[in-house]
Design a binder for this molecule. Structure first.
Ligand code: URA
Length: 209
């Protein structure tokens, strides 16, 4: 699969197994989502450019590397994507955070934007969209549309679970977008749930069911 990175790290895989477990309660689920997002963010930022600087250590001058150039923004998709942000910003505290809210029109099934607030300088930032589940891909693709229309040139998607349909639908519209996920599950069911998945991520995070 082009432009899809599955994060095979044992810690990510172990935490995903706990997330899938029906017996994992909301408190633990939230903590696991945040921890998994932090580990995934480590991989999703692997290509950040570096430059060499000189730093005075207590004993000598070291030629050493710091991140250079463009800055980052995280854009969680409401509402489940919110729970990935605190893990991600622990790694990149200077990142700005936007928000996008989208609902599926019950008649047309189209993804409809109901809220968006993005950093004013988003065009100068590399953007990582966070959502727990990449299911149909409609919400993710619409979120990328909104971010690109605001001027951003580099957009990645970080999700904990994806499925082939969602990846295909995002890449039909946005082939340039790299998708980082912990696993690509088998399929969507007739209710658009990922199988085997982990259930309704929003409900499990916020305890709404
Ligand atoms: N959203 C979820 O929360 N779970 C799914 O399985 C699909 C979409």
């Amino acid at each position: 699969m082009n432009n899809v990175t599955i994060i095979e790290h044992p810690l990510v895989q172990h935490k995903i197994s706990l997330l899938r477990d029906i017996n994992t309660g909301s408190k633990e689920f939230r903590e696991l989502v945040s921890e998994t997002a932090m580990l995934m963010c480590y991989e999703a930022t692997r290509d950040l450019p570096l430059k060499t600087v000189e730093v005075q250590t207590p004993v000598a001058i070291a030629k050493t590397k710091v991140i250079s150039g463009r800055k980052l923004a995280f854009v969680p998709v409401l509402r489940a994507g919110l729970s990935m942000v605190d893990g991600a910003v622990k790694l990149v505290p200077a990142a700005k955070i936007g928000h996008v809210g989208i609902f599926r029109d019950p008649d047309t099934k189209d993804a409809v934007e109901y809220y968006s607030k993005l950093p004013f300088d988003i065009a100068e930032r590399d953007v990582i969209v966070t959502d727990v589940m990449l299911a149909t891909g409609g919400t993710a693709a619409k979120t990328v549309d909104i971010i690109k229309k605001a001027g951003a040139k580099s957009v990645k998607i970080m999700c904990i679970l994806a499925c082939p349909e969602g990846i295909e639908n995002v890449h039909k519209l946005h082939p340039d977008v790299e998708i980082y996920c912990g696993a690509v599950d088998e399929k969507l069911d007739e209710n658009m749930y990922i199988i085997p998945g982990l259930g309704d991520a929003g409900d499990r995070i916020f305890g709404t069911k």
